[in-house]
Design a protein around this ligand. Structure first.
Ligand SMILES: Cc1ncc(COP(=O)(O)O)c(C=O)c1O
Length: 349
């Protein structure tokens, strides 16, 4: 077994970006390094925002660029949520949502995501009920959701958006594209729901987390955020050509997504029947696995001592679970073998 540490803990994409992304960096010159962009003279932010606007069928000014979904989520919440106002957040979700709500002294209202066999699901009637009760200023929806891996179906999303027309709805799609690459739906949503903001990132599917680039498609009623997030000296001129190169590398990324789909099945087949284990279905680049609570500390110790770093959850609702970020196929096999070896060595665990 390799002696280097293998990371399965932060939802990074271990395959790395497409070769064209490295070429884009190699081809960067003095313009990208030494000068501010002059794209504003054409009334646009950059070739990247223009490309995204064309892809999604929206106006260029309706594409916001940012340093990843993290940056865009923070800007959105700081812009739209006032102190003492309510924000709806999924019960199981990325911890950062709560942090940004706290930063502006917002009141958090959690709405349920429920376990249904080997999948988690949004409880839509409960979401709508809580919305009517609390009248939040902002609603955060994450699909695919971290760490549960589930999605809100298109039908349910439309139903929810129809009901929530009087607030700012943020759809965080950081893990989009693994299971579904279709973008036309966003154009349709944009046309129908002027209060909707869709956030995406190049960090996950495109394996560019270190480059820190993401974008949002902004609803027509949310112009306040466009002004709030304006960057008069331009954006990051090195990351933009890299992101554009990624968008051109469709086949490379499809190949990775296919390997990940196969490895999700591999984990389900190999770990799913272990006593006390549930491998939940996932539409993202990670899987959530429920394990017996008594295994949490010893299995973590066993894996860590072998250089395998997995996220063992430590939250009120998820304290008997590990979240495995899919690595390369080779890494995933090492991890599955090591978990099975532990179970064989500890038959009464
Ligand atoms: C649900 C969710 N949204 C957004 C992000 C932000 O990622 P980034 O800032 O790299 O785009 C993450 C990162 O893990 C995430 O889990």
């Amino acid at each position: 077994m390799s002696t280097e540490t293998l990371y399965f803990d932060r939802n990074e994409n271990q395959y790395g970006p497409a070769p064209a992304c490295f070429d884009a960096l190699r081809n960067a010159g003095i313009a990208q390094m030494s000068f501010y962009s002059r794209d504003f003279m054409r009334n646009v932010k950059s070739p990247l925002s223009e490309r995204l606007a064309a892809d999604f069928g929206v106006e260029e000014k309706e594409i916001l660029l940012g340093y990843g979904g993290e940056d865009l989520l923070k800007q959105t919440v700081h812009c739209f949520l006032g102190a003492g106002e309510r924000i709806m957040i999924p019960s199981h979700s990325w911890w950062y949502y709560k942090t940004i709500a706290d930063e502006v002294d917002g009141i958090k209202v959690e709405y349920p995501i429920v376990e249904a066999g080997d999948v988690y699901a949004y409880d839509v009637p409960a979401m709508l009920r809580l919305y009517d009760e609390h009248r939040p200023a902002v609603v955060l929806i994450s699909s695919p959701n971290n760490p549960t891996g589930n999605v809100l179906s298109r039908e349910d999303l439309l139903h929810v958006l129809e009901h929530m027309k009087d607030t700012v709805v943020v759809l965080d799609q950081a893990y989009w594209s693994y299971a579904d690459q279709e973008n036309d739906f966003i154009g349709e949503l944009h046309a129908r729901f002027p209060n909707l903001l869709v956030i995406r990132t190049f960090s996950k599917y495109y394996s560019l987390a270190g480059v820190r680039i993401g974008f949002a498609v902004l609803g027509t009623k949310l112009g306040t955020l466009e002004r709030f997030s304006a960057r008069y000296l331009g954006y990051h001129r090195l990351s933009e050509p890299v992101a554009l190169a990624a968008l051109e590398s469709t086949e490379y990324y499809r190949g990775i997504a296919e390997k990940m789909e196969a490895d999700k099945e591999m984990f389900r087949a190999r770990l799913g029947d272990l006593p006390g284990f549930t491998v939940y279905r996932s539409w993202a680049n990670f899987i959530l696995v429920k394990i017996p609570e008594t295994l949490m500390a010893p299995l973590k110790e066993y894996l860590t001592s072998r250089g395998l770093v997995v996220k063992f959850m430590n939250e009120e609702l998820l304290h008997s679970h590990m979240r495995i970020t899919l690595g390369t196929q080779e890494m995933n096999r090492v991890l599955a073998d090591t978990i099975l070896a532990y179970m064989e060595e500890h038959p009464s665990a």
